[in-house]
Design a protein around this ligand. Structure first.
Ligand SMILES: [Zn+2]
Length: 419
């Protein structure tokens, strides 16, 4: 994994770089489908794309003084974006998984110390450095597939100091690896044992003041919550969103995963960046999301791991004109998944997303779900030079294969990262 080290032998970002003889899947919204440019070229300088288009249209002044790489006809997509993860945590839940397979009930697992409580415990005993150390192998696995942007949530601390610690660890990841990290404050993930039956008190005592502190320390890019019967109600989430709004922080929500409480509609009413999971979303909710520009983030890893039967209403989302992103939801309990390529395959096989939707969902739409569409997610002039270069004959191969990584190399902010 040494190839992932940011300080490796990559080019200085001030060098002008030109990649030619490439097949570009630009994902540009103004082009059809994947925005394909055969025989394309990309030029970057200072980490930003100066030109992306047909090689024949390259201005000669751009070619001069550029370090040229012939990609020999390889496909190039935007660097991948994993817009929903919980990769910062301590311990794992393999024991619980094992118990469930031989018929243990939810209660037996809880009595044996399993469930989210075990992740909270295992997270709280670690320092920031310990959390970083635990998260790095997961992050490296994602990066090895060409991921250049990742969202990381708190939510296994459930007290102010531990939530902040998780966010500090998330921020630290960005300094150690060639990746853009976006943080979400998820204090309203679960109710800690000491607040059982007192969600409103937990929100007053921990979630809201914790958010203020996270904001003051510059640790939070968005505010998230888990709106579900086993977590927080619409009214409780509204309090969290009101606080976020008063602090000028965008919101997003885990909504309609196990039942339909109307969380997606609530999120849309706050102009949320995204509502995520959505297995139980109805048409009304889909329309509200589309109207608000709230991205639907589908998480097939969680659907698969908990053996869910209800599928998200993909057709209703399409009909409403909602944007659809996909993500790993990498977490220790319900989606111990660290492959965005496998997530693409699962999105197709389990949710029947098209190849185009899967690739857009892990690039452009993922960036949109993070409010980063001006920065990354497509290959076009002005954006960060975040590119993934693939050894494939067609883009469909990225979605079709199961457990195979065809990444040739990738570029983050103009720096080449070899596998
Ligand atoms: Zn999640």
């Amino acid at each position: 994994m040494s190839g992932n080290k940011f300080s490796g032998s990559g080019h200085s970002s001030s060098t002008r770089l030109l990649w030619r003889n490439a097949r570009l899947a630009t994902l540009r919204a103004d082009l059809q489908g994947l925005g394909i440019i055969e025989k394309g070229a990309v030029v970057c300088d200072g980490g930003r794309i100066l030109f992306a288009g047909p090689e024949g249209e390259l201005p000669s002044w751009l070619i001069e003084a550029a370090e040229i790489t012939d990609l020999e006809g390889r496909w190039v997509t935007p660097g991948l974006v994993d817009c929903h993860t919980h990769i910062v945590y301590g311990g794992n839940r393999a024991r619980e998984f094992e118990m469930r397979l031989v018929g243990a009930t939810y209660e037996e697992i809880a009595r044996a110390g399993g469930g989210i409580v075990s992740s909270v415990k295992a997270t709280n005993v670690l320092s920031v450095e310990g959390l970083v150390e635990a998260a790095l192998p997961r992050l490296d696995t994602l990066i090895s597939e060409g991921v250049t942007t990742i969202e990381v949530k708190s939510g296994y601390g459930l007290n102010i100091d531990a939530e902040l610690k998780m966010l500090r660890a998330a921020r630290a990841l960005e300094k150690l690896r060639p990746v853009r990290v976006v943080t979400s404050y998820l204090g309203a993930h679960a109710t800690p044992i000491e607040y059982t039956g007192r969600n409103q008190d937990y929100i007053s005592d921990v979630v809201l003041p914790g958010l203020e502190r996270a904001r003051a320390e510059g640790l939070v890019d968005a505010v998230d919550g888990f709106c579900e019967g086993i977590a927080f109600s619409v009214d409780e989430i509204r309090r969290v969103f009101d606080k976020a709004r008063s602090l000028g922080i965008p919101v997003k929500l885990h909504a309609e995963q196990l039942s339909n409480l109307g969380g997606a509609k609530l999120a849309a009413s706050y102009g949320a960046l995204s509502a995520d999971h959505l297995e139980y979303l109805d048409e009304d909710g889909a329309r509200a999301m589309a109207a608000a520009g709230t991205v639907a983030v589908l998480l097939p890893g969680a659907f698969y791991a908990i053996n869910e039967k209800q599928k998200p209403p993909v057709q209703a989302l399409r009909q409403a004109g909602a944007h659809i992103a996909i993500a790993t939801d990498s977490n220790p309990g319900t989606s111990p998944l660290t492959s965005l390529l496998l997530t693409m395959n699962m999105s197709a096989t389990l949710f029947r997303l098209t190849v185009e939707e899967c690739i857009a969902g892990a690039t452009r739409e993922g960036a949109r779900a993070l409010g980063l569409l001006d920065e990354t997610g497509t290959i076009e002039a002005g954006k960060s030079a975040d590119l993934a270069i693939w050894n494939i004959e067609s883009p469909a191969e990225l979605v079709y294969r199961i457990g195979f990584n065809p990444l040739h190399a990738h570029i983050f902010k103009g720096q080449r990262i070899d596998r």
